[in-house]
Design a protein around this ligand. Sequence first.
Ligand SMILES: NC(=O)c1ccc[n+]([C@@H]2O[C@H](COP(=O)([O-])OP(=O)(O)OC[C@H]3O[C@@H](n4cnc5c(N)ncnc54)[C@H](O)[C@@H]3O)[C@@H](O)[C@H]2O)c1
Length: 288
Amino acid sequence: MIDKVGVIGAGLMGSEIALVCALGGKDVILSDTTQEALDRAVANLAKVVEKGVRRSFYTEAQGSEALARIRTSVDLAAHADCDLVTEAVFENEEVKANVFRQLDAICRPDAFIASNTSTISITTLASYVSPARRARFIGTHYFSPVSRMRLVEVIPGLDTGDGTVGVVMDFCRDIGKAPIRVKDVVGFVVNRMLHVFMIEAIRLVEEGVCTPEEIDVACKLGLGHPVGPFELNDAVSNSLSLQAQEILFDAYGERFRPRPLLKQMVKAGYNGKKAGRGWYRYDPKPGQ
Ligand SMILES: NC(=O)c1ccc[n+]([C@@H]2O[C@H](COP(=O)([O-])OP(=O)(O)OC[C@H]3O[C@@H](n4cnc5c(N)ncnc54)[C@H](O)[C@@H]3O)[C@@H](O)[C@H]2O)c1
């Protein structure tokens, strides 16, 4: 049974992973490199909770209890008695390796260690913990925004034990997520499907078949998607999409070759919502 969880990295993903664990009744330790990053994450989670209460996902009391269950620490040693620690630091193998080497020494021998990596092989990341720990090392790929998206791709590496997969899938269900078991392949399942789709959407624009706005309408009203591919690109940023497609292209070849128009958008600085312009134009934030 997993009762006490740790989350390393209090950014976009880690902070909301901490929140869903706390809403699921778990005691949580959230870590980052600075107290400022942790304070920022906690302040942001208070806003996420407010929104959740407004939308009646949970009551105000449940929201505040969850926030109270999240403790923060800049010291990885605070994870010593966690049953499961999930890493959500920068998508950089060396940064993650450094975290895993330390966690391996800090965590109890029976603790599970998970990574939220989007693109790095779980077997590669498992090589940074001791051989004895590798049976308890696994990928858990959450989706943004974690507080709303229910899917978790659960990815065993070469040495991950079947028992670990079972425990971690049960844990995901316990915190209200819907886990699926996925092989350790580049892009896992969702990103492979998503990027083929996004590439074809951009090709349609290049061919002048439709505008980005019309394609978003088509996907929402014709396919029942909650957001269209261009709205989604703008939300995650065009540069991140391009980076993902380059990794998929290296792994699988032609079918993931990034479209020239996406490269042009990135070069022009039309990176999406945060940049004020992507496939759509956005009102400048006050002071810009
Ligand atoms: N953004 C997404 O939509 C998304 C979706 C699925 C998976 N992921 C993956 O989740 C992970 C985190 O992504 P994110 O978007 O939350 O990134 P982010 O940049 O928002 O957050 C990363 C956080 O990790 C912290 N950090 C860096 N090094 C650290 C260390 N050594 N110890 C502790 N904290 C450290 C940073 O200070 C930062 O707060 C990445 O592996 C990413 O590929 C992201």
